[in-house]
Design a protein around this ligand. Structure first.
Ligand code: GUN
Length: 283
């Protein structure tokens, strides 16, 4: 079997077109969704993500602003800024780019953002709603993954989904969203024994480990759906995934590439969340 590719770049382009039309409608009613991105320090990867977000916002007609702060910024200074943005009615979504410098506690910052402006879906209140299945902002990468699966009408109910990785941003929430879709979910992580056997039992395999080409064909069952969340920079500067694409594509039924896979979907779902924030959570 040669797998069908789920192209996140193409799906993103379609979704952005739909959003553009929706944003035009909102603008006619006097509502322009606005996203404020806060970048602390000069991490090159963060800078490039933030650029991608600004560009994508522009394509959909969403207005965005970037606040850049020096790496010496104190936690109090950042919390003060977040309070101001929480109170600013023209700002619908707030995103503080992670990671933050060591002197700033990430969790304090995440919890300072008003849950109604938390377009990352990282606030404990929104994570709680996600767990109970209430309507809320879903974390962008997991939301993008579920959207990719749905775009190909891939059945999740009753399927064995194996998530490799347990980060707060990707692994944990994607497992929860798969559970919400009635999949049977197993998490694997660095302390898991027999990871290969567990992965090779998956109908849907989510690789979010952060190690280039760690998932080889031996980890994959014939006909499995393989979602690669890895973004690993190779010595030649090119990006590559956690999955050994060339060997796994011969076994899987569907596979996401890197680049042009999950990455573009993350930004697209951020824009979806920004529109949702502008309309009001229930809108
Ligand atoms: N850094 C890497 N991914 C993300 C993300 O999805 N949101 C934020 N705020 N920072 C990130």
């Amino acid at each position: 079997m040669t797998a069908q590719i789920i192209n996140g770049k193409e799906l993103s382009a379609e979704l952005k077109q739909e959003m553009k039309v929706e944003v035009e409608g909102l603008k006619q009613k006097g509502l322009t969704p606005h996203l404020t991105v806060v970048l602390v320090g000069d991490n090159p990867a963060s800078k490039s993500y933030v650029k991608g977000k600004e560009k994508a916002a522009e394509i959909t007609g969403i207005s965005s602003s970037l606040i850049e702060l020096p790496s010496s910024t104190s936690e109090d200074e950042l919390l003060q800024l977040i309070n101001e943005l929480n109170d600013d009615k023209s700002v619908h979504g707030i995103l503080v780019q992670l990671p933050l410098p060591d002197q700033i506690r990430e969790q304090q910052v995440i919890e300072a953002i008003h849950p109604d402006k938390d377009v990352d879906g990282f606030h404990p209140s929104n994570i709680g709603k996600m767990m109970t299945g209430e309507d809320t902002f879903l974390p962008c990468t997991p939301f993008g993954i579920i959207t990719m699966l749905k775009s190909k009408a891939i059945e999740m109910e009753g399927k064995h989904a194996v998530v490799i990785g347990r980060s707060n941003i990707v692994g944990k929430p994607v497992g929860q969203l798969l559970l919400n879709e009635n999949a049977t979910v197993t998490y694997c992580h660095s302390k898991t024994k027999n990871m290969k056997e567990i992965a090779a039992n998956a109908d849907i395999l989510i690789a979010a480990i952060g190690k280039a080409h760690a998932i080889t064909a031996e980890y994959v069952k014939e006909g499995a759906v393989v979602i690669d969340v890895g973004i690993n920079r190779q010595p030649d500067g090119k990006l590559t995934g956690d999955v050994d694409f060339e060997s796994v594509k011969e076994i899987a039924s569907y596979i996401t590439p890197v680049p042009k896979g999950v990455g573009p979907m993350t930004i697209t779902m951020l824009l979806k969340n920004t529109i949702k924030a502008a309309k009001g959570l229930s809108g």
